[in-house]
Design a protein around this ligand. Structure first.
Ligand code: ASP
Length: 342
């Protein structure tokens, strides 16, 4: 039918599409056709829904950059044909996938909304139905003929979040995600209230899709008592191009000489050291405390208020671009897709 909103559902797996294996009692992925059987409400929408299901749905703990590339390619191929995209995904790594896609898809002017659930859709108390139905409604929402949401986002438990700001902070509550450093993009109650000031404005620029990711990176969470061997084991990884150090508070780390010297040596070798806080909210401010002054001095790059999830994906994306080292470092501290408070 002419002018009917056209959405593409992409089913990757996750709890939302799981059933209990009668033999083992563990949750296993099921066929996507069962999802539409489970949510007959989908047929009541005045929206043209098409779907693509991964042949082998995965628990999102098996998510991999190769699958992000596959998702970006599906969106690229179908971009002109659809008004928006809803990706059904496990919640465990949803924040990573949303972050990765936010960097890979540039100049989006259509919604890409990820959703999932904490309880399988076949279970009476599932949160999956509401999540799916409202994610579809948001993906279809337009104002003056233009999509209201023009970015990669996550819809979960009555809230829409900027994808690259999200963090899964609870594995039991339906309310599993938060964006401590950014307000929700929309809240769904009786009405869906959009936070216009927080949303990206539509762009008239052409979509650019980047599908080259370099994952020669590592992540080091700092803790009291961290040993020289542990740090050097990571820094010694062959081919390592960047390491995220998840630091305390506003970007603080031990001041012990061996630690600073190890990082200094790595930086001299051309390895990027990216400082991201362990806290859910707040920002890295290198130089605020004595314990971050040396980091700043030796050339550690500040991630400001970026999440670890977004930091991982931003590094893979920028390294994949093959930019000169100085440019990569410079862009890491800049706001590219709303992931850092400018
Ligand atoms: N383990 C599941 C997954 O991430 C959990 C979920 O879907 O919420 O795929």
């Amino acid at each position: 039918m002419a002018n009917k909103t056209n959405l593409l559902l992409i089913y990757t797996g996750g709890t939302i599409g799981m059933i209990q294996d009668t033999k083992t009692q563990s949750l296993v992925p099921f066929n996507f056709r069962n999802l539409t059987e489970q949510v007959p409400e989908l047929s009541k929408f005045d929206i043209q829904l098409s779907s693509i299901a991964f042949e082998k749905p995965i628990d999102s703990s098996n998510m991999h950059p190769g699958i992000w590339i596959k998702l970006a390619e599906i969106i690229k191929k179908n971009y002109a044909k659809y008004d928006g995209f809803v990706i059904l995904h496990g919640s465990d790594t949803m924040a990573f996938t949303a972050s990765a896609l936010s960097f890979m898809l540039y100049n989006l002017n259509k919604p890409v909304i990820l959703t999932g659930s904490q309880l399988p859709i076949g279970i009476i108390r599932t949160d999956g139905k509401e999540n799916l139905i409202t994610a579809i409604e948001i993906a279809a929402a337009k104002k003056n003929g233009k999509s209201i949401v023009n970015e990669v986002s996550i819809y979960f438990e009555y809230q829409l979040f900027r994808g690259n700001r999200t963090h899964k902070y609870n594995s039991e509550h339906f309310d599993a995600f938060e964006t401590a450093n950014y307000p929700p993009l929309a809240e769904a109650g009786v009405h869906i209230n959009y936070n216009q000031a927080a949303l990206f404005k539509p762009t008239s620029k052409k979509l650019a899709v980047s599908t080259s990711l370099d994952y020669n990176i590592a992540l080091l969470k700092i803790y009291p008592g961290i040993t020289e061997q542990a740090v050097n084991a990571l820094l010694g990884i062959k081919g390592l191009k960047a390491i995220i150090i998840e630091t305390f508070g506003s970007g603080n780390a031990p001041t012990e000489t061996w630690f600073i010297e190890a990082l200094k040596k790595a930086i001299a070798k051309g390895i990027i050291v990216y400082n991201v806080t362990q806290c859910n909210g707040g920002s890295v401010i290198q130089g605020k405390y004595e314990t971050s002054k040396s980091l700043q001095k030796i050339g550690v790059v500040s991630g400001f208020d970026i999440t670890t999830e977004a930091a991982v994906c931003k590094l893979m994306y920028l390294l994949g671009k093959g930019y000169p080292l100085a440019k990569t470092k410079n862009l890491l501290s800049k706001n590219l897709r709303g992931e850092i408070t400018a």
